[in-house]
Design a protein around this ligand. Structure first.
Ligand code: SF4
Length: 549
């Protein structure tokens, strides 16, 4: 064979065989991981009957592990973390070694709307079955702890008697629908979309057609952009169309966790009565085309990133709605998040009062006290907010100050410091099996210290404390976002601490990354150093800010 003097060229790479992402619509129906297997073997909604008929009698020991660690979530139930297991062992222990025989129970409060009977029922369940625990989450749910499987039939009976449910409060399904806490009473709102939220809950929650999605599906529907709309899988925000009038601007594909991405506008205008069908179309796309092979790529945001907005809209119109959507303008967005804290006028001349617990921590006793106060001030309506706060609606002018005082008396502050108002914390190591660090108690200590040292700090500030990278309390969209991790202290010992993200925020929506805080690579603080660190940041900010800032 003649030797060729020309330099050898590299053989062309063989075309790689495209690897399926587990998309049902492309024929990948075979489960590709244990989570998909559990859902295929039995629809998770079916576990309710087993809880009521079997597990409530056998107790924790009798629960099938696939139900316990998989399907229970579809009914709002997660096992809680065993006390005394430190964050260093979170990743190295098997799931069953971390879990207690008690459950966290998430109660859906779609749109954050509660009446007095519902509030009292949650308070009673907390006191009787949950050792008095009740946290307001940043998704307008109430979360109870220390729940025993034996008590679930009675808990469901009581919740359902007042129109509450835990159906699909967790799991790979459509979770709670966020809504404006002031829907129907706001002076700024043009259309109250509560009817669309109610219709979605009625038609689709607990529907087996949509109970096996690739992963969770988060929704938000509000005329005002007063929910964290940029980080939901689907959001509808109020907008006026120059020809068609008021309707909703549709955003899809937002989400945080380890690969944060802001939602994008599809550029369409949706009238109120079409919201449920459009919502169903987007959920259908997610179910059929969503990636199921890897859990880490199973959120809608990954599909949107690969398809782009134009293709997403085309598939929605052609394959799911069978018609074209109307092109629409962009909603006007607020410069900063709207939290509704304080006293505000309603459309009907009465008032709503927004008040803050500390880092969302409430209790059965506090909720019961709140119900008494609300009744005594002539109201029947309370709203939970996606900032771990709550509102009392329909308060007459001459009742406002008495209510504000009464709320203060039970630990709810309608005129909170900037620190209390802006600090949120996720569940953390107290109950969460994924947690690496403590969050709630630390948040309470942080707020107390900052209130003591910087009482007159006069600027809105958000501090979001998270127990691990999952960002349940929205690490990346806070002025100071804290991601729990183990760090080295001055003596070289591993201790609880935080990676710091600075300068994030919602309500910006200027592009794909504009709202995310910068993760400062080298910047980690031990939990002990944290209060001093935040204090120094605040001092530096005050010293360096410009006029009017
Ligand atoms: Fe648990 Fe992590 Fe979510 Fe906090 S961020 S609730 S620690 S999973």
């Amino acid at each position: 064979m003649a030797l060729d003097s020309t330099p050898a060229t590299k053989p062309a790479p063989r075309p790689r065989k495209a690897r399926g992402e587990g998309q049902w619509a492309l024929g990948h129906r075979e489960p590709l991981n244990p989570n998909e297997r559990i859902k295929k073997d039995d629809n998770p909604l079916n576990v309710r009957a087993r809880i009521e008929n079997i597990y409530a009698h056998t107790g924790f020991a009798g629960i099938d592990p696939q139900d316990l660690r998989g399907r229970f979530r579809w009914w709002g139930l997660y096992t809680q973390r065993k006390a005394g297991i430190d964050g260093g062992r979170t990743a190295v222990l098997e799931p069953h070694e971390l879990e207690d025989e008690y459950f966290m129970l998430r109660v859906r409060v779609d749109g954050g709307a509660l009446n007095l009977a519902q509030l009292r029922t949650i308070a009673e369940i907390s006191t009787e079955f949950g050792r008095g625990t009740a946290d307001i989450t940043d998704r307008q749910n109430i979360q109870l702890h220390w729940i025993r499987v034996e008590d679930m039939p009675e808990i469901w009976r009581r919740l359902e008697a007042v129109g509450l449910q835990t159906t699909e409060a967790c799991g790979d399904c459509p979770r709670i629908v966020l809504g404006s806490p002031v829907a129907g009473v706001s002076t700024e709102e043009v259309i109250d979309p509560t009817s669309a939220i109610d219709e979605i809950i009625e038609r689709f929650i607990g529907d087996p057609r949509y109970s096996n999605l690739p992963r969770k599906f988060k929704s938000s529907i509000s005329w005002l952009a007063d929910t964290p709309y940029e980080i939901n899988d689907i959001s509808f925000i109020g907008v006026r169309h120059p020809v068609h009038g008021p309707g909703f601007d549709l955003w899809v594909g937002g989400g945080l966790s380890t690969n944060p991405r802001l939602a994008e506008r599809l550029g369409v205008w949706v009238p109120l009565d079409e919201i449920p069908d459009v919502w169903e179309g987007v959920v259908g796309i997610f179910r059929d085309y969503g990636y199921r092979r890897l859990r880490t790529r199973a959120r809608l945001k990954f599909l949107l990133a690969d398809w782009g907005v134009a293709k997403f809209r085309e598939i929605l119109e052609k394959e799911y709605l069978g018609r074209a959507l109307v092109d629409g303008p962009s909603a006007e967005l607020p410069a900063k998040p709207i939290d509704h804290i304080g006293v505000h006028k309603q459309l009907d001349g009465r008032n709503y009062v927004g008040a803050a617990p500390v880092v969302g921590r409430s209790s059965g006793a506090q909720l019961s006290g709140l119900a008494d106060l609300v009744a005594a001030h002539g109201s029947d309506r309370v709203r939970l907010t996606p900032y771990q706060k709550l509102l009392v609606l329909d308060v007459a002018d001459d009742q406002v100050e008495s209510l504000v005082e009464g709320l203060r008396g039970i630990g709810l502050e309608a005129r909170p410091s900037a620190w209390r108002r802006g600090t949120m914390a996720c569940t953390g190591i107290e109950y969460c099996k994924l947690a690496i660090v403590e969050t709630k108690a630390r948040g309470e200590e942080l707020v107390a210290r900052l209130e003591e040292r910087l009482r007159d700090f006069d600027t809105d500030i958000s501090i979001h404390i998270n127990g691990c990278p999952n960002a349940c309390a929205r690490t990346q969209v806070a002025d100071i976002g804290l991601k729990g991790m183990l760090v080295l202290n001055a003596h070289g010992e591993q201790v609880e601490g935080f990676q710091v993200h600075l300068g994030g925020g919602l309500g910006m929506a200027q592009g794909q990354t504009a709202g995310f805080g910068r993760k400062l690579r080298g910047l980690k603080a031990t939990a002990e150093e944290l209060p001093g660190y935040v204090e120094r940041l605040a001092h530096n900010y005050l010293a360096g800010r410009g006029d009017g800032e």
